[in-house]
Design a protein around this ligand. Sequence first.
Ligand SMILES: Nc1ncnc2c1ncn2[C@@H]1O[C@H](COP(=O)(O)OP(=O)(O)O)[C@@H](O)[C@H]1O
Ligand SMILES: [Mg+2]
Length: 322
Amino acid sequence: MNTEGSAPVVLAARNLVRRFGDRVAVDGISFEVRAGESVGLLGPNGAGKTTTFSMVTGLLRPDSGELLLGGAALVSDTDPIKRRLGLVPQDLALYEELDARRNLGFFAAIQGVGRSRIPEAVRSALEFVGLSDRADDRVGTFSGGMKRRLNLAAALLHDPDILLLDEPTVGVDPQSRNAIFDNIAELRRRGKTLLYTTHYMEEVERLCDRVIIIDRGRIVADDSLARLRHRAGAGAGAELRIELEEPAPETLTGILRDIPGIGSVRIDGRSVQVRVGSLAAGSSQVLGRLAEAGIGVRSFSAEPPNLEAVFLELTGRSLRDS
Ligand SMILES: Nc1ncnc2c1ncn2[C@@H]1O[C@H](COP(=O)(O)OP(=O)(O)O)[C@@H](O)[C@H]1O
Ligand SMILES: [Mg+2]
């Protein structure tokens, strides 16, 4: 489901503040999420994303500020309205010595799933994440990616409307990452409200209707990706990806850098990446110079500037290094 201005606000944070000793981890954060929206929470390590999630799910009390869930204030971890939320925590919370089915049975019970409904809830969650055939194996024997998938399944047992996913694909092999990614895309299609943190830009770009950028405990931007790009002054720019017929000659860097208005140029064997200020003018210049130099092009594609570039523009800092 896409962002709809008219859908009701299901989650609202008002001026949340949380300190740890002298350190202000979350420094006055306010945002709203509407039913069916998929919102990416993006920021470098230590920005305050997990602390924000902990407050939203009632695991951590804010020092000040307020949380509204479906319009009602969330007071404590045991608040019954919490049942509408599901959290996929950043750190795995699984019992290695128990099998997958017993792990989920345990989580279903603490999430308040009725005893008679637990077996079906567990079966369907295992099926959803593609682990049915491993239901009776000890979690200690699972790969990192399988544990991540089970971690996701554990958040779905009580069929929450709102899911908070805290770096759900961190540190997993590409195959499991794709599986988790497909699961999340499916949850979105089913109309779940998603709040999502990740370090992988392409996940946010493909999954999220809106992006909230957090830096040092504060929100520095909260907007659609298209508008963020525009705001960062990168609206017309593009990243060109070119695959050459042959490995690039050494002279190519100089040839491309000579083009007026060209941004960064990266060359690695046959693959060339070039940032241009204008998609139309930049592409024709780059392709023209390649043709003049007799360099054959096998494929060519152009993408809008990614969130990484937008973040750098908004904060003056890189998303990954900081
Ligand atoms: N339990 C804690 N005790 C002390 N400091 C903490 C604790 N949890 C988080 N912090 C600090 O709060 C800041 C925000 O952390 P966190 O919310 O985990 O950021 P993120 O999830 O964006 O990486 C960091 O400086 C972190 O070191
Ligand atoms: Mg975190």
